[in-house]
Design a protein around this ligand. Structure first.
Ligand code: MN
Length: 401
């Protein structure tokens, strides 16, 4: 990350033709910033890029999504190209940037979205990125119980006053936009939260913060979004979001509290194999063709969740960690699993792999055979995995990083 920041800093300095000054670590703020507002230069380089962007509470890719969402939603078009370049460098796919804009058209208005397209097109042209193709993946299935509750709320409070708005909300916003496979539900929630905080709409935040955590965002990440937005939309917007998040966290904690000896009348839930949603593993988290089916998550206070992951030959996860570890049960094929610095182990049907908490590792198929495993992990603060960079072809084939 520091290399990326340094690269940008160097190009920014070169662009304004300024002499390399002192031995400063890395500069993102262009020279005129130091000439006009030296304090701003200091805070830009030492605090914003020297500290906040490096905080582990939110991955660089997520920070880029949050930043671009803040710029698009507040109409700060002049800053969009620089942050779109940074987003691409941080692993955000061109199609994800395009879909972020599509998504925010609904949340912060068409004019902002159309203006953003113009700026992003310049970056795509400069990097020779061709037209973005729409995903051929099946629409994502929304969680049925939560979706029914949402639709009922709209039907009660919006439909009597603005029936067309209620219809469009159900049919287009949640029936189409939120189901598009171009952006993972968790990332859609991330950019929605970022936009709501950036434009100062805390009254819409409880619904979307809860949805974000249902979609896999952790409390720590949600709070870090507000922290990061403080720099891109101002402290008041960030501070206004905090009490809202506090209420959301408290409500979720109360719901998650052990119910004591009270008997449950909850129903069994069976994810039927025939109807189970088949999702494509996103390119930021997997290399090659990866499909996930039978995904489930236990009810709070249970932390457990899992799913069946099928890797085509040569496909694998990115490097990642699990806060509370992970168990893999190999169902079929031949696979490889490797911890950082350790040997690449081969696994086959019936093998069970325990991955300890916070251990950097990857898993996937061997180079010439597919592999399917069932993966189970517990979530800590709402998150069961932290994704890092992709496993390079060399590391994958060499069996060592
Ligand atoms: Mn894993």
């Amino acid at each position: 990350m520091k290399n990326v920041a340094a690269g940008i800093a160097i190009s920014a300095l070169a662009a304004v033709g300024v002499e390399a000054q002192e031995n400063r670590r890395s500069r993102v703020a262009p020279a005129p910033v130091y000439e006009v507002s030296p304090g701003l230069g200091h805070f830009t380089d030492d605090v914003l890029f020297g500290e906040v962007w490096l905080r582990k509470e939110l991955a660089p890719r997520d920070r880029s999504l949050v930043t671009v969402a803040a710029l698009v939603s507040t109409g700060k078009t002049g800053q969009i190209p620089g942050h779109v370049r940074r987003a691409l460098d941080n692993g955000v796919q061109p199609g994800e940037i395009g879909e972020l804009i599509t998504h925010l058209a609904f949340y912060t208005g068409w004019p902002n979205a159309i203006s953003a397209v113009t700026e992003v097109k310049r970056v795509f042209d400069e990097r020779k990125i061709g037209p973005v193709a729409e995903s051929k993946a099946e629409p994502i299935a929304l969680e049925a119980v939560a979706e029914a509750a949402r639709a009922a709320a709209v039907n009660k409070s919006v439909a009597p006053i603005a029936p067309a708005l209620a219809d469009l909300t159900d049919r287009v916003l949640f029936g189409d936009l939120w189901r598009r496979a171009e952006l993972a539900p968790r990332d859609r929630s991330l950019v929605t939260m970022a936009a709501l905080i950036a434009i100062g709409q805390p009254e819409q935040l409880p619904f979307h913060a809860n949805r974000a955590m249902d979609n896999g965002l952790s409390w720590i990440e949600a709070a870090e979004v507000a922290t990061h937005i403080g720099f891109y939309a101002g402290w008041p917007r960030a501070m206004s979001a905090v009490p809202v998040l506090e209420k959301v966290f408290a409500a979720r904690e109360a719901k998650a509290a052990p119910a004591g000896a009270a008997p449950s009348n909850a129903d069994l839930r069976i994810v039927r194999s025939a109807t189970s949603e088949m999702a494509i593993g996103p390119a930021s988290q997997f290399t090659g063709q990866v499909r996930v089916s039978g995904r489930y998550r236990g009810d709070e206070p249970a932390r457990i969740g899992g799913g069946t992951v099928s890797f085509a030959a040569g496909a694998r996860t990115a490097w990642h960690t699990h806060p509370l570890g992970q168990t893999l049960f190999v169902v079929s094929g031949r696979g490889w699993v490797q911890k950082e610095g350790g040997p690449r182990e081969e696994v086959g049907p019936g093998d069970v792999v325990w991955i300890p908490p916070n251990l950097r590792h990857w898993h996937g198929a061997t180079a010439d055979q597919p592999m399917t495993h069932f993966a189970i992990a517990e979530a800590l603060n709402g998150s069961a995995v932290s994704w890092m960079e992709l496993v390079s072809d060399e590391a994958y084939r060499a069996g060592s990083k």
